[in-house]
Design a protein around this ligand. Sequence first.
Ligand code: F6P
Length: 324
Amino acid sequence: MYNMRCIGVLTSGGDAPGMNAAIRAVTRTAMFNGLQVKGILRGYKGLITDEIVTFQTESVSNIINHGGTILKTARCLEFRTPEGRRQAYDTLMRHQIDGLVVIGGDGTFTGARLLAQEYNYPIVGVPGTIDNDLYGTDTTIGYDTALNTIVSAVDKIRDTAASHERLFLVEVMGRDAGFLALNGAIAVGAEAALIPEIATEEDQLERLIQNGFHKMKNSSIVLVSESDATGGAMGVAQRLKEKGYDPHVTILGHIQRGGSPTANDRILASRCGVAAVDALLDEQRSIMIGIMNNKIVHVPFTDAIKDEKPVDKHLFDVLRLLCI
Ligand code: F6P
């Protein structure tokens, strides 16, 4: 039984729209329960460099509608070492922070799991990544906003693709996960999605070419996940050129990580933030808060990061059927 009086909150890894809504929910829920809240700047880096601010309720006023993260974020190499985590733990103790809420993706929870295990320290995670690649939750904070950003960008590309009767390859984020590309492709009415999960199973591009995908239409749009497995849009364009096609490439890049969060992301972030503090108060630890079938669930860090969240292959059938 531990007596929780003060919690820390940080954001780590790639930022995602809705992280601010999550920070707000964590802070307000903690304060409602009589806890003190400390904001840790720049993710785990701030625990090593001792960049910690005491939050008041107004510290999180007027942020629910903003993308990015008021706490800043970083990918911290030092924290991957035992020495770095020792420094981080010492900082937590110096500031009398009794438990931590970490908002981020798989890298964030990998680090959290190690710190929690090495020092028997209470940590709860909130899923914040546009990639939607965390196992045990139907969706992650930022994914819906990024998907909508992709839709509005590709709708514009479609205007010019149709006018010039061109083939466009649009590269979207997702690194090792094709959720943005596949669902984005369905949402924009694209001809195909090339995603990393399938790349090792079959040569999707070869199949498309054999099916003569662009010859049947005046203009075509293909979404490609940025990934070594797919070769990215530039790699795919090279292969298509060798086969006599004339593709145009657009790389959407970091615009996908910015912008005001959608209502869905704000609600998800708010629910997860509340549940994270409740879980800490309930003496839960080393878990990520998730949402499955619209219900809050607790997912052990080891499961959340196990790299097995499957894409629904039936979505390919939907895509293929609707683009004939
Ligand atoms: O993990 C989120 C993500 O946006 C990925 O989709 C992308 O591959 C990566 O981060 C880019 O990271 P960075 O901004 O550090 O280059």
